[in-house]
Write a protein of this length. Structure first.
Length: 331
């Protein structure tokens, strides 16, 4: 029969064995359970970025898309099975480069050797995105840790949560607003397009058959449109053709993206529209004129993205492999 003392012991054991199940996120979440976390992340991320400079943009987009669908829970890292079409196979996510996923795998492998079963994939992704932004010249911001990895990854949940370059500005503003992001935060976040690439199909509608009166979008600076037309001439035959999002300083995280918009050098239709719409233009002008203001706004908005709908306790798990749920059978 259970004595009161026994009950007390059971209760104590319960609290001792699940010390984190309800605990808050914190920057030093792994300081006791995986003290090497920060240094391992630092090493793996910088090695990868030096070897493959496209990693930074890929990881930043991967992280943002992961967060906007089901929260920052690593749902975008899961691979499809014959029973489940996973998030990463949604059309919009198929262009995320393999290097971005590879970085997460590398970090996870290294962390599992040092502290098995401790660090979540969603914390790895959030930290990698921050480290990379800083590494390519952007601001440093705090990343709170202690996310759990999600238990759902479903391609059908993507649509409606990720903006497309053909959307009207009002719809983009509403989409961000529905997730708690102001117009200023949205304009700052899209400043992520200061690095990385877009495939021709994302902006070809602005180049070849724009309207009855103009083959190309007149919002483009003419010489820029000319260059893009040449670059994308064969894009239907070679769908890998892509252009830099920021044609002036493509690999550097800076405020050049906003300066470009003011000169007709915005690649996507939604990029260019930011500098035209009366609700967004004031922020484009502010960020173009003042890089510090952009960095502060971006850092702040990214901290907010990083904790969007995160899962704690039993709402998630610490995956053993980032591409598989723990319940999945490993064949
Ligand atoms: C108006 C909202 C947005 C739209 C319509 C949009 C759309 C796109 C599109 C179509 C691409 C090209 C993808 C490809 O062809 O591979 C792209 C690339 C990218 N986007 Fe966005 N995006 C938006 C907001 C954001 C935000 C908020 C972030 C991050 C905070 C972000 C980060 C990136 C990055 C880093 C790339 C380059 C990816 C690479 O080089 O692999 N985007 N975006
Ligand atoms: C994915 O989501 C769709 C739409 O909500 C739903 O119909 C479908 O059953 C889900 N698939 C899985 C495997 O849960
Ligand atoms: C251009 O667009 C018009 C109207 O959208 C369409 O009727 C026409 O077939 C298009 N032409 C080409 C070459 O795609
Ligand atoms: C486009 O394709 C043609 C024929 O396949 C080739 O001769 C040409 O060099 C290509 N142009 C570009 C810009 O890739
Ligand atoms: C630029 O923005 C920062 C941060 O908001 C502000 O402190 C600074 O005064 C601004 N600089 C100028 C020249 O307006």
């Amino acid at each position: 029969m259970a004595s009161p003392v026994h009950n007390l012991l059971v209760l104590l054991l319960f609290f001792v064995s699940f010390p984190c199940s309800n605990s808050k996120l914190s920057v030093d979440y792994y300081s006791k359970t995986c003290p090497q976390f920060a240094s391992i992340m630092e090493q793996i991320v910088s090695d990868k970025q030096i070897a493959s400079p496209t990693t930074a943009a890929g990881v930043l987009r991967l992280f943002f898309h992961d967060c906007m669908v089901e929260g920052c829970d690593g749902s975008l890292l899961i691979t499809s099975t014959s029973f489940n079409r996973a998030e990463r196979d949604a059309e919009i996510d198929q262009s995320i480069p393999g290097d971005a996923f590879d970085l997460v795998t590398r970090a996870k492998t290294s962390l599992e050797l040092q502290c098995p079963g401790v660090v979540s994939c969603s914390d790895i992704l959030a930290t990698a995105a921050r480290n990379l932004v800083t590494m390519v010249g952007g601001p440093y911001y705090r990343v709170l840790l202690g996310r759990k990895d999600g238990l759902v990854s479903n391609a059908s949940l993507v649509q409606g949560n990720i903006a497309q370059p053909t959307m009207a500005m009002s719809d983009i503003i509403s989409l961000f607003d529905s997730k708690g992001f102001s117009v200023q935060e949205m304009v700052a976040l899209v400043g992520a397009h200061t690095i990385g690439f877009s495939h021709c199909k994302e902006f070809s509608h602005r180049l070849f058959n724009f309207s009855k009166t103009s083959k190309t979008d007149p919002a483009y600076y003419p010489k820029y449109a000319e260059g893009l037309m040449k670059l994308c001439a064969n894009y239907t035959k070679d769908p890998t053709m892509s252009a830099y999002n920021d044609v002036m300083t493509p690999g550097k995280f800076d405020n050049m993206y906003y300066k470009n918009l003011q000169r007709g050098l915005g690649l996507l239709a939604t990029d260019q529209a930011l500098s035209v719409d009366r609700r967004t233009k004031p922020f484009v002008d502010l960020f173009a004129a003042n890089e510090t203001a952009f960095f502060e706004a971006f850092a702040h908005a990214m901290e907010k993205v990083s904790i969007y709908k995160i899962k704690k306790g039993k709402m998630g798990e610490v995956r053993r492999r980032c591409d598989l749920f723990n319940a999945a059978k490993n064949d």
